[in-house]
Design a protein around this ligand. Structure first.
Ligand code: SAM
Length: 337
C-alpha cells in the first residue's frame, strides 16, 4: 500500500492542511485547490507514489465560466507553474493523462490555439514525453459554436476533445490487454472460419498466413474513444453522453438535494479506459481538478486508491452521489423532504 493521506477530518480553524471533505477505504476528496495540496504535508506524503494523474483541468476558455477559468496567457502561466510539482507526484513509470478541450476565439469563426500551447507548455515545464494522443469523440455534442455552425453555417460542429498521455519516462506502465474491445462481427467470423487471404495489401502491409487467426480475447483498441449517446428522460440532459451506474446515482443525488450538476463533468468510460490501461489494482490515481469526482468514483469501482482535489463546495457535495451509501465517511446529509 502507498502512504495514502490521512483521512481524519481536521479543524479548518486550527489546521493549515487541506481538509478531507469525505473518504472511503481507498480514497479521499480534499476540499482545496491543487496549489495548496502540492505544498502540503499530504502532498509531500504522496510524492513519487501516484501511478496515474488523470484530469480535465478548467478549459482554456475565452470567457470566464462559473468555476473561474483563467484566460489567455494567465491560463498558460498558471498551468506551467503546476507542471513540475504535479510531475513530482508520479512514480518513475507513472503517467499524466490530461484532457484539453477545443476553444474558439471570441466573436470570430476561428479556433484558439491556446489548448495546443497549453499542452506544449505543460510538456516542456514538466519534462514530459508525449506517449500518445487520444481523441474523445462525442457524436451527441450540441452543434457549436452555434453562431458559426447553426446560424451562419460556415463551420461544422465541434464534437471531440483531445486527451494527451504524458510521462517522464518513454516507457510508463501500460498494458493494452487490459482494455481490449469486442471483436468486430467480421473478425468473429474470421476466427471461426480460421482462414483468409494472406499476402500484400494496397497499404503495402504484408499479411501472414496466421496473422489474424488467434483469439486474443478482443481487439486492441484505437486511440479514438467514441462515446455512446443515450436519450435521457429529462429534456435538459437529452444530449448527455452515455453513462454508467455511478452517473445515474449522481444525477438523482443532485436532483434530490437541489444541487447544480457539474457543467463539465466527464463520461466515466474515459477515466475507466485510462485507469485500466495504465494502472493495476492498488495503484494510486490522483485527479487534481476533480469536479464531480468522476475519476475518484471510477478508481474506487476498479479497486485503485485515489485522491481527488476540488475547491467548489457545491461540486463536492454533488460528487457524493457517485458513491454508494455505505462507502462514504463522514456520512452524507440526507435529501430534502
Ligand atoms: C473541467 S472541470 C473537471 C470535471 C471533472 N472531470 C468531472 O468529471 O466532473 C475542472 C474543475 O477544476 C476545478 N478547479 C478550478 N481551479 C482549481 C484549482 N486551482 N485546483 C483544483 N481544482 C480547480 C473547478 O472547480 C472544476 O470543477
Amino acid at each position: 500500500m502507498h502512504p495514502i493521506t490521512p483521512r481524519t477530518a481536521t479543524n479548518p480553524e486550527t489546521s493549515p492542511q487541506p481538509q478531507a471533505a469525505y473518504w472511503t477505504d481507498l480514497g479521499t476528496l480534499y476540499k482545496c485547490p491543487v496549489e495548496d495540496f502540492v505544498d502540503s504535508e499530504w502532498g509531500r506524503a504522496v510524492a513519487g507514489c501516484v501511478q496515474l494523474l488523470f484530469t480535465s483541468p478548467p478549459f482554456p476558455l475565452n470567457e470566464k465560466k462559473r468555476y473561474g477559468n483563467r484566460v489567455g496567457k494567465e491560463y498558460l502561466d498558471w498551468l506551467v507553474q503546476l507542471a513540475e510539482p504535479l510531475g513530482d507526484l508520479l512514480t518513475e513509470d507513472g503517467s499524466l493523462v490530461v484532457e484539453l478541450g477545443n476553444a474558439w476565439e471570441p466573436r470570430k469563426p476561428v479556433m484558439s490555439t491556446l489548448a495546443l500551447k497549453a499542452l506544449l507548455s505543460l510538456q516542456e515545464a514538466g519534462r514530459f514525453h508525449l506517449c500518445q494522443q487520444f481523441i474523445v469523440h462525442n457524436p451527441a455534442r450540441l452543434p457549436s459554436p452555434a453562431q458559426w455552425v447553426t446560424v451562419e453555417r460556415i463551420r461544422v460542429k465541434d464534437s471531440y476533445t483531445h486527451i494527451w498521455w504524458l510521462s517522464r519516462t518513454t516507457r510508463p506502465k501500460a498494458d493494452n490487454s487490459k482494455v481490449l474491445s469486442e471483436y468486430s462481427a467480421a473478425m468473429k467470423k474470421l476466427l471461426k472460419r480460421q482462414s483468409y487471404n494472406p499476402g500484400p495489401r494496397p497499404s503495402e502491409h504484408r499479411i501472414g498466413e496466421k496473422s489474424f487467426l488467434s483469439d486474443n480475447g478482443g481487439a486492441i483498441p484505437p486511440n479514438v474513444i467514441k462515446l455512446k449517446p443515450e436519450i435521457e428522460p429529462e429534456p435538459e440532459s437529452m444530449l448527455e453522453v452515455s453513462n454508467t451506474v455511478s452517473t445515474d446515482g449522481y444525477r438523482a443525488y443532485c436532483k434530490d438535494r437541489g444541487l447544480r450538476m457539474h457543467p463539465a463533468r466527464m463520461a466515466p468510460e474515459i477515466p475507466e479506459f485510462f485507469i485500466r490501461f495504465l494502472t493495476e489494482p492498488g495503484d494510486l490515481v490522483l485527479d487534481p481538478f476533480a469536479g464531480s469526482n468522476t475519476t475518484g468514483a471510477v478508481a474506487e469501482d476498479l479497486g485503485r486508491q485515489w485522491i481527488a482535489l476540488e475547491p467548489e463546495p457545491e461540486y463536492i457535495e454533488g460528487s457524493r452521489g457517485r458513491f454508494g451509501d455505505r462507502k462514504l465517511r463522514p456520512r452524507r446529509r440526507s435529501a430534502r423532504a
